[in-house]
Design a protein around this ligand. Sequence first.
Ligand code: MG
Length: 368
Amino acid sequence: MKITQITVFQVNLPLEHPYWLSGGRLKFEVLDATLVKIETDEGVTGWGEGTPWGHTYVPAHGPGIRAGIETMAPFILGLDPRRVLDVERAMDLALPGHLYAKSPIDMACWDIAGQAAGLPIADLMGGGSRTPKPIASSVGAKTVEETRTVMDRYRARGYVAHSVKIGGDVTRDIARIRDVEAHRPEHEIILYDVNRGWTRQEALRVMRATEDLHVMFEQPCETLDDIAAIRPLHSAPVSVDETLVTLQDGARIARDGLAEVFGIKLNRVGGLTKAARLRDIALAHGIDLFVMATGGSVLADTEALHLAATIPDHNIKAVWACQDMLTVDIAGGRGPRNIDGHLHLPDAPGLGVHPDLAALGSPVGIYT
Ligand code: MG
């Protein structure tokens, strides 16, 4: 089987509500999505998606994905898409770094490989758990009262996992954490996501002031060096997502004991092939996982769900469904959808969901 054509589409995915990153630092209203269709000489077609969470959140850029694919296309055409490692090496040779541009190609190749094998991607990767995966909410409220209201709204929809965005005013953050914990049902999974919002001393002030609650903080500071520096000075469990990018990052975090949870963002780390290695490092070191798309449509959510399904139920904390935050649905309601706050693995071969061509408009690039 050979890749014969790569077709690229650009779609704007408006958010239902403008989204403010922790501490109100950055505002997002529309996501720039790149959808990639890979066709083969055997008639099997695969789809991939790359949707950064804006271009100010982490080093990833919607137009950069399209430019990266243009650069890599000549090196990918003619390869067998089922041999995902060959495609990965070709991309890494053609364009070092730029993992976010490689992820949609990797995803489309896994989609084709799954369809060719007659298996969902998770099963092709070695076996997928059918346990429905809890979707983490995204609680961006500012005050104690608003936080309580937003979380209760999510709970009414079945959510048992929450990502509470903090990282602004330290005193208010402490008050919000104390209030959330006071009202928390015992079975719930709660991460306090700082999104790199604190300096080292701000992080230590909140982590020490809430030490009795033993709550988990995600990405408390900007860099792994910051997280390492404060590590001996507090006792809170830590999750790392924005600074978990390469396999070397994963190895360092595991070896130096910098985190108890890996938050794997599929587009950020370069797709399923690279993410599976991070998963294995985590599991080998007693580190739990939280898997999510960086952003995007139901296709991106489904990719994350396949990886999550390859993780033992005991070790996967939650997934995320960006689809719930969008006003546009490019797959006409198909694919895994939020059912009572959970996503269910599709049983169709490959990814298990493809977009409606009519929703994508004209291609912005065709490579043959
Ligand atoms: Mg996060």
